[in-house]
Design a binder for this molecule. Structure first.
Ligand SMILES: Cc1cc2nc3c(=O)[nH]c(=O)nc-3n(C[C@H](O)[C@H](O)[C@H](O)COP(=O)(O)OP(=O)(O)OC[C@H]3O[C@@H](n4cnc5c(N)ncnc54)[C@H](O)[C@@H]3O)c2cc1C
Length: 402
């Protein structure tokens, strides 16, 4: 197996250029409007579906691309366009990753197409792990799944779910044995229209406002045994191993986060790059004291730092994505490193971009204030920056850091 090489293959570069054109022509121009509307941008998702960007085929093809760089590269471009719309387009992909990480081939074949729908009948997917009392501490999940004959009955409240309540297919993490914490959890698919699943409150947010985030209430939701991802035999065998004090491997929610961290990092890289480029172009034009503001070292050095940090974040992201795709173990929590650095970079770079634009940057006449609001979520979801440091800290010290 060859080593990591950050040179894109012709196919990946082609996808990058194709996605960039869509982000530039369709996503970026719609960003401000859907941010203000705080609604799911269905027409933009449909445009993405028409060109095949919002489709199972696109996600599956890019997911299995051999270098592992295809999805991060594509996500960077979409989020360069706009992060709120971007999350509306790729949110289903995160739910699909959760399903793929835990489901059997039959379950993937049945449910993945129903998450995406068709270009004339768009559907969404949602991944629901977080709860009011279980955010970073995912082991405290209270949603309970109890077997009943061949079925499962699920009760609980999920929160912060991207596409929650408006998705066709929900992927839910529930506890089957609360005494075992994360090791007693299982992941279920809730089929479209299942009685008992409803949307709770929809959240009004600081950023990524075109992306729908809501509570999902599960009230005596009955699903057939076939909705338990991975199947009953596998779950029973795992629970038996845990009860015998043996290692059980990673659990549903954790496994999902491991696979998705580099692609989430790539979203943050896209936002950071957008802000950097906007500020750079502004600094080349804006004049004060009879010269371009970019001629001042104070501004040029800041832009130098911004450009460098964006590249650092991207390289860490590509390394983690390459490792994940090529079966390399994350020995130093490289997935978490990419998410940590990309998230913090996006927040920092977008703030500096506002500074470079001065008063103009603080207004909604320019997109950098929106980029800044959008960036902040990347130090919070898919594991906060503190949790990423915890994971990296444990990996590098080998100690049970708390
Ligand atoms: C817009 C949005 C979309 C989301 N989408 C989804 C989704 O689709 N599906 C889903 O399941 N979840 C989703 N989430 C939830 C997200 O993953 C959680 O918000 C996140 O995991 C943090 O949990 P929390 O909000 O409960 O914060 P808490 O866990 O309450 O953390 C609060 C603060 O305490 C810190 N902290 C907690 N524990 C420790 C510790 N041990 N050491 C040091 N610091 C600590 C945290 O870092 C943070 O700063 C979304 C959230 C938002 C806001």
């Amino acid at each position: 197996m060859s080593g990591f090489c950050p040179e894109l293959s012709g196919d990946v570069a082609e996808v990058r250029d194709w996605v960039h054109a869509f982000a530039r022509d369709v996503v970026r121009p719609a960003g401000a409007e859907w941010d203000e509307r705080e609604e799911t941008p269905w027409p933009v998702i449909q445009e993405a579906a028409k060109i095949g960007l919002y489709s199972l085929d696109f996600f599956a093809t890019q997911w299995f691309e051999e270098s592992g760089l295809a999805l991060p590269v594509a996500f960077e471009e979409i989020f360069w366009g706009d992060a709120g719309i971007g999350l509306s387009i790729v949110g289903t992909g995160l739910a699909a990753a959760a399903l793929s990480a835990n489901g059997t081939p039959e379950q993937m074949g049945e449910w993945l197409p129903q998450m995406f729908g068709t270009e004339n009948d768009i559907k969404l997917g949602a991944f629901c792990a977080s709860e009011p009392d279980a955010g970073s501490d995912i082991g405290s999940i209270r949603t309970r799944a109890v077997p009943d004959g061949g079925d499962w009955i699920i009760n609980g409240v999920k929160t912060w779910a991207t596409n929650g309540g408006i998705a066709n297919v929900h992927v839910i993490v529930a506890s089957v044995d609360p005494a075992l914490g994360t090791r007693g959890q299982a992941t279920f698919v809730i089929p479209p229209g299942t009685p008992g699943l409803s949307m709770g409150q929809k959240f009004r947010k600081h950023g990524i406002r075109a992306s729908h985030t809501a509570e999902v209430v599960l009230d005596n939701v009955r699903v057939p045994g076939s909705c338990l991802l991975g199947g009953r035999d596998k779950l029973d065998a795992r629970l038996a191993r845990v009860r015998n004090g043996e290692r059980a491997g990673e659990q549903g929610a954790m496994r999902t986060f491991e696979t998705t961290r580099p692609v989430v990092a790539a979203m943050a890289v896209g936002i950071a790059r957008a802000a950097y480029e906007y500020a750079r172009d502004y600094a080349r034009e804006r004049e004060q004291f009879g010269r371009k503001i970019g001629e001042n070292q104070a501004i040029a050095f800041l832009l130098a730092e911004m450009a460098t940090r964006v590249d650092v974040a991207r390289l860490l992201t590509w390394r983690a994505a390459w490792m994940a795709r090529n079966g390399r173990q994350f020995e130093q929590a490289e997935g978490s490193m990419s998410k940590l650095v990309a998230g913090e970079t996006a927040v920092w770079v977008t703030e500096q971009a506002i500074q470079i634009l001065g008063g103009a940057g603080y207004t909604r006449d320019h997109p950098v204030e929106r980029f800044h609001r959008d960036a902040k979520i990347y130090t919070i979801f898919e594991g906060t920056s503190e949790i990423q440091r915890l994971i990296i800290g444990r990996a590098v010290t080998g100690l049970p850091v708390r």
